[in-house]
Ligand binder design. Structure first.
Ligand code: 5GP
Length: 190
């Protein structure tokens, strides 16, 4: 997706540890025009799939997934990270190792928001080693739902996540695929 790639080159920068910082348009400040274009692109790419729900993970996934859910005319559910003591309802849970925080956290989705047999599109901002996506897949499967596909805004193709998802047979659509961040030089796969 050219607009996304142009914005990454213009505003993105690298941090040690193969981290791409895009907080001026994805992770802190959000660019509505670009975000709605991203939603449109996901909706177009998955137009041939029957999709009943979009699932993402808080917090950065929410803004990236909402426009797609809107265009696909389905509800968006986001996995939450901090279980409140007030939360007594039954939930599907899974432990997810965070690439940026280097710690494992339990994430959950209330059972009432995923219905058996629904076809789910998973959307997230980044794909690195695949832990977030695989955690969401786990939760969606616990609910007896099917995975219609996985939509990623920025795939870091030099890490393991994309291959893991493809090897597991999932349809993966990544809007920008980063080949390398070596020497803080951002290069794309295509
Ligand atoms: P994974 O679980 O695939 O290893 O990593 C994906 C998750 O980690 C995403 O939800 C995203 O929040 C975060 N992440 C991974 N790599 C990066 C990165 O280079 N930059 C930013 N901002 N977040 C990242």
């Amino acid at each position: 997706m050219q607009l996304l790639k142009d914005t990454i080159l213009k505003e993105g920068f690298c941090l040690p540890g193969n981290i791409l910082k895009v907080d001026s348009f994805v992770n802190h400040q959000i660019d509505p025009k670009l975000t709605y274009a991203i939603g449109h692109e996901f909706a177009q790419r998955f137009a041939d799939e029957k999709i009943d729900k979009v699932v993402t993970i808080e917090s950065s996934g929410i803004a990236m997934a909402l426009p797609a859910a809107h265009e696909l005319e389905v509800k968006l559910v986001f996995a939450r990270k901090n279980k409140s003591v007030l939360m007594k309802e039954e939930a599907y849970t899974c432990d997810v190792f965070s690439f940026t925080k280097k710690e494992s956290k339990q994430v959950y989705i209330l059972k009432k928001f995923l219905n058996k047999g629904e076809r789910v599109l998973i959307i997230d901002d980044f794909l690195a080693d695949g832990n977030a996506a695989l955690g969401l897949i786990d939760i969606v499967k616990q609910a007896g739902c099917e995975i219609a596909g996985i939509g990623i805004v920025i795939e870091k193709s030099f890490q393991q996540g994309a291959q893991k998802l493809k090897d597991a047979g999932y349809r993966l659509e990544s809007l920008a695929r980063i080949k390398s961040l070596e020497n803080c030089n951002i290069t794309f796969m295509d």
